[in-house]
Ligand binder design. Structure first.
Ligand code: ATP
Length: 762
């Protein structure tokens, strides 16, 4: 088999990124690779009513498109045949299996490994796109084969994999759910950054059964808009997008089921509607209108391909729903294969030529591809809930075991073999139902973990907002709109300032001009940070809603499963003898006990991990409070210094003590000896080396372990020089302690303080 993707330029390792929320999910090191979009071209066989062939495969990578006028003796400028080269070319006799094996089978493996992948069929009407993607019963296409392969891997490992699928069509720029056509037209939604594109209300079917999937696909295909046209008896009048999402969760360590590595891959398989020419299709009325929509969206796709292949910095994906949905496949984290379709017939030469030109361009598109892997930890409380449920079940089953019940008439009629079959059958059903329940419970735990992470991320965003707001002495705003309005205001104010508003008034000297400008910069930066945080919060809320819905869906499924368990249990007395029943109940108890023990062990380990993590969090919070204190004091000092305010002696002393407390922890033998201060200023906050307190401390570092004395104790007056450039920054060197490497939400620089100047200073 050939290599499909040509890694170009570089392979880079991104370092282990701790979870942004500080929650229980994190990304392991991820390999990011730039990969070219793979372009394959498939030539369909000539039809009986087509006579002259102008296009053929030269070899497995090249195509020749003949110019039919090359033999025309009357033409002055003779045409020449054009040769095109692609990653792979499938000739007229290529089989469905060849096409699948070369273009898509590796994508399926990639998706199982956590990559996103897309394969889409492109080309004019009647060129064979639906044949390649869907096919028929005898010649199944890519969609069927990919799903088959995928479920082959998943079979028997249903507790590790979760597979969901959705199928939609874009018809006349409207989105329809092919798995639930009665749901009407659906809306396309994206987050504020245009990153996360979703179809609101699209059904996502969760299944691991091949039969069920095939039925769903057939149902979806039947609902697709297909009409006969002059060019194709079964012309697809819509773009069809099948999406299969695969989540694979395995414990990071076989003995530790608390930490799971979750790989999440998505495979899109797309059968585009074909471009068409009105004069050739002879379409009228509704067909003509459909054709116009199809052509418009394909034109938008062509424009995107053009822009991307030319390395444009801005690509307009917004012109059609198709391009918005294909954005990731064409420019994001996705391995993509385009199968361009052409007809060999002379009558289709122009269409084939255009398709080959597009395919050539698409060959230059590069995507940045990385695996979607996340490490997830589960929570003690979640384990404990499940353990409690399991223990309740066990006591209920145990009490049932002691009940004496007479053998039913049905059971009496059975012979020994029949009874043993019945017992086996029931036992299997009960154990299966229990396994299913456990799978759903774990899924719920996973969802809860994610929701918890989202909650923490939301908290982090609130923290950023409150931090900025408090820094600029503004009240905590309640909406993104207010923030946006304020940013606009700041911008207007800034424009006014630079447009001579203040300058021409002449009431500020150059120093004030500068501080005003910086103030505007700082303010603007703050407004932008707040606005981004509000945007993030809105995204998080949407995510929370989505996961909340999923949670209730799984909960319902769990309830159904539980009821099935109860129903099976209820069957026991009527079908079995008391002994049989007791045997089954004992087995169920055992299975429940084992599962409960396993969970208990896992949660104990989690408790230990939690304790460590909580300690880190306390340190983190302490660091943050300390930083806020420093900021407040620094700003007060600006005001005092700037306004030459004489400090009362007791306040001055407090400053000294504070300084001493802060820096006592950071003072080390590596710190150089302090320099002298001038007696009219406060001690510098960031220049700990020049603080006489530390000089005294150095002198007094005689191993006595005594804390350095305050100025009040020593009776020495300490009023050193302030270094203005550094006074705004942190007080002293970072204190190194466990957890110091953990990241706080990014803190903005402190806005400069405006100093109101008294008249006699001017
Ligand atoms: N490789 C092939 N081998 C055999 N028959 C093919 C092949 N490709 C296409 N056909 C046949 O050609 C006809 C048109 O193909 P198909 O419907 O797949 O075209 P299409 O590109 O999807 O057209 P449209 O854009 O109008 O939907 C069908 O009858 C199909 O079975």
């Amino acid at each position: 088999m050939m290599a499909f993707f040509k890694p170009v330029k570089r392979l880079e390792m991104t370092p282990e990124t701790p979870s942004s929320s500080g929650s229980d999910s994190s990304r392991p090191p991820v390999r990011t690779a730039e990969e070219k979009l793979m372009v394959a071209v498939r030539i369909r066989p000539l039809k009986p009513d087509e006579s002259q062939r102008v296009l053929y495969a030269v070899n497995k990578k090249s195509i020749i498109l003949e110019d039919p006028e090359k033999f025309d003796v009357l033409r002055q400028k003779k045409g020449v045949d054009k040769q095109h080269h692609f990653d792979v070319v499938f000739g007229e006799d290529s089989s469905q299996e060849d096409v699948y094996n070369v273009t898509t089978s590796t994508l399926v493996k990639d998706v199982l490994n956590g990559y996103n992948a897309t394969v889409f069929a492109y080309g004019p009407t009647g060129a064979g796109k639906t044949h390649t993607m869907v096919g028929d019963r005898e010649h199944p296409g890519i969609m069927i084969r990919a799903l088959n392969d995928l479920f082959e891997v998943v079979k028997g490992k249903e507790d590790e994999y979760s597979v969901t699928m959705s199928y939609l069509e874009i018809y006349n720029e409207q989105i329809r759910d092919l798995l639930n056509p009665s749901s009407g037209f659906l809306e396309l939604r994206e987050d504020s950054k245009g990153k996360n594109i979703q179809v609101a209300g699209l059904s996502e079917i969760s299944t691991t059964s091949t039969d069920e999937v095939m039925q769903l696909l057939q149902k979806g295909n039947k609902s697709r808009t297909v009409e006969p046209t002059a060019m194709n008896k079964t012309s697809s009048r819509s773009h069809a997008l099948l999406s299969v999402s695969v989540k694979h969760s395995v414990p990071l360590d076989k003995k530790d089921h608390l930490r799971m590595r979750v790989k999440h891959g998505k495979l899109f398989m797309i059968d585009l509607a074909g471009s068409e020419r009105a004069n050739k299709t002879k379409n009228r009325g509704k067909r003509l209108q459909e054709g116009a929509h199809i052509n418009r969206s394909l034109l938008a796709l062509g424009n995107c391909i053009n822009a991307l292949s030319g390395g444009a910095r801005y690509v307009n994906f917004r012109d059609s729903k198709l391009t918005r949905l294909l954005k990731d496949a064409l420019s994001g984290n996705c391995r993509t294969v385009m199968v361009a379709h052409v007809s060999p017939s002379l009558t289709q030469r122009d269409e084939s030529r255009n398709t080959l030109i597009y395919a050539d361009r698409a060959n230059n598109i590069t995507n940045k591809v990385e695996r979607n892997v996340l490490d997830v930890s589960y929570h003690v409380t979640q384990y404990q809930t499940v353990i409690t449920e399991l223990r309740d079940e066990i006591s209920r089953l145990q009490s049932k075991m002691t009940e004496e019940r007479p053998r039913s008439a049905d059971v009496n009629r059975m012979n020994a073999e029949e009874r043993s079959n019945e017992v086996r059958n029931l036992r299997e059903q009960i154990v299966d139902t229990f396994k299913n329940q456990m799978k759903l419970r774990r899924k719920l735990m996973e969802i809860d973990s994610h929701l918890l992470g989202l909650g923490m991320e939301a908290e982090r965003q609130h923290l950023i907002i409150s931090h900025w707001e408090s820094r600029s002495n503004k009240l905590y705003k309640n909406s993104v709109n207010e923030s946006r309005a304020r940013t606009q205001q700041s911008l207007r104010r800034r424009r006014l300032t630079t447009a001579d508003g203040f300058r021409s008034a002449g009431n500020l000297d150059s120093l004030d001009d500068e501080s005003l400008d910086i103030a505007s910069d700082g303010e603007l930066e703050g407004e932008a940070a707040v606005q981004t945080a509000w945007g993030e919060l809105a995204d998080i809320e949407r995510e929370q809603d989505r996961w909340g819905e999923l949670r209730s869906h799984i909960e319902q499924k769990l309830e159904v499963c539980r009821q099935r368990g109860v129903m099976l249990e209820d069957k026991l007395p009527s079908l079995l003898s008391s002994d049989d029943e007791r045997e089954i109940l004992a087995l169920m108890c055992r299975v429940h006990e084992l599962e409960a023990d396993k969970m208990a062990l896992q949660s104990e380990r989690l408790v230990r991990q939690h304790e460590l993590r909580r300690r880190d969090l306390v340190i983190l919070r302490y660091d943050r409070q300390r930083q806020l204190c420093e900021d407040i004091i620094t700003r007060q000092r600006h005001l005092i210094e700037g306004n030459k305010i004489n400090l009362p002696a007791d306040l001055q002393e407090l400053y000294q003590v504070y300084q001493q407390e802060i820096h006592a922890a950071t003072y080390t033998e590596f710190n150089p000896p302090p320099t002298a201060y001038t007696p009219d200023k406060l001690p510098p906050i960031s220049k700990i080396y020049s603080d006489p307190i530390f000089r005294r401390q150095t002198a007094g570092s005689d191993g006595s372990g005594r804390s350095p004395p305050s100025s009040a104790e020593s009776g020495e007056e300490v009023l050193p020089t302030v270094n203005d450039s550094s006074v705004d920054r942190v007080m002293g060197h970072a204190v190194s302690r466990p957890g110091a490497g953990m990241k706080l939400p990014p803190l903005p620089p402190s806005p400069p303080v405006r100093i109101s100047r008294s008249n006699d200073e001017k």
